[in-house]
Design a protein around this ligand. Sequence first.
Ligand SMILES: NC(=O)c1ccc[n+]([C@@H]2O[C@H](COP(=O)([O-])OP(=O)(O)OC[C@H]3O[C@@H](n4cnc5c(N)ncnc54)[C@H](O)[C@@H]3O)[C@@H](O)[C@H]2O)c1
Length: 260
Amino acid sequence: MSSPLKGKTVVVTGAASGIGAATAAYVASQGANVISIDIKPIATPTEQSFQADIGDKHSIDRLIQELPANIHGLANIAGLPPTRAAVDVIKVNLIGLKYLTEQLVPKLADGASIVNLASLAGLDWANNRESIMASATLDFDHTEAFCQTHAIAGARSYFFSKEALIVWTMQNRWTWRSRGIRMNAISPGPVDTPILKDFLETLGTRAEEDRRVMDRPGTPADVALLIAFLLADESGWIRGANIPCDGGMFSHVLCQKHGF
Ligand SMILES: NC(=O)c1ccc[n+]([C@@H]2O[C@H](COP(=O)([O-])OP(=O)(O)OC[C@H]3O[C@@H](n4cnc5c(N)ncnc54)[C@H](O)[C@@H]3O)[C@@H](O)[C@H]2O)c1
């Protein structure tokens, strides 16, 4: 049986490491033409690769010029961990991701699928309506002032970036419906990649508790296969969804919080 991704052109950001590298490799193994993007050099060669900074508007503008038309999938995986400067985290994980996606829409094929890497850290989105709504029109030039106004500093930047990304994904459930283009998010729990140590450092005792109740952290492959499924036409009825991929942590946190 032929793979559902065979012959599709798929753009993968964050392809130099972790979940992005695993996704690029898996999707390529399924016969897709993979275009890898990262700020770092990409060790594993794919069909095409570009070094670009997703936190910088000009870099994204240059990248868009170079990318081909008729792209069938976009996996927005590049991201910075909570230990990095708050303004940079918001620019890469949220503003740049949204800007890249919106600029790329004209180059997407009808029926294309967009997959955003959110996080279990974005779970509390419903309780942060005001700041998330205020970020809707945020651009690169105003990110610093936005962070000051909304008290987004330190690790909060990471949580906020993922909360707003989940909401943006849901809001765009039907934005490009006339062209059959859909968007979904995946929220992994702790995954064993180079930034896992940053999460453990940030979450402190909460991370110890998570480690105690989890049987194991995720692997990049656990997430890559779900991304590949969401990129394929077979998942076409899934739209605007945020799907946990976390060994049960999302359900665990919610059941504990609501006393079930
Ligand atoms: N590892 C986890 O526990 C975990 C959990 C939930 C969500 N996530 C999310 O998954 C995604 C992938 O993370 P990972 O764990 O594979 O981390 P990783 O550090 O292994 O990979 C992230 C990649 O993004 C790239 N990147 C960072 N800034 C960039 C920029 N400005 N422009 C272009 N590329 C840039 C990095 O160079 C790196 O290759 C991230 O969005 C992260 O927030 C990770």
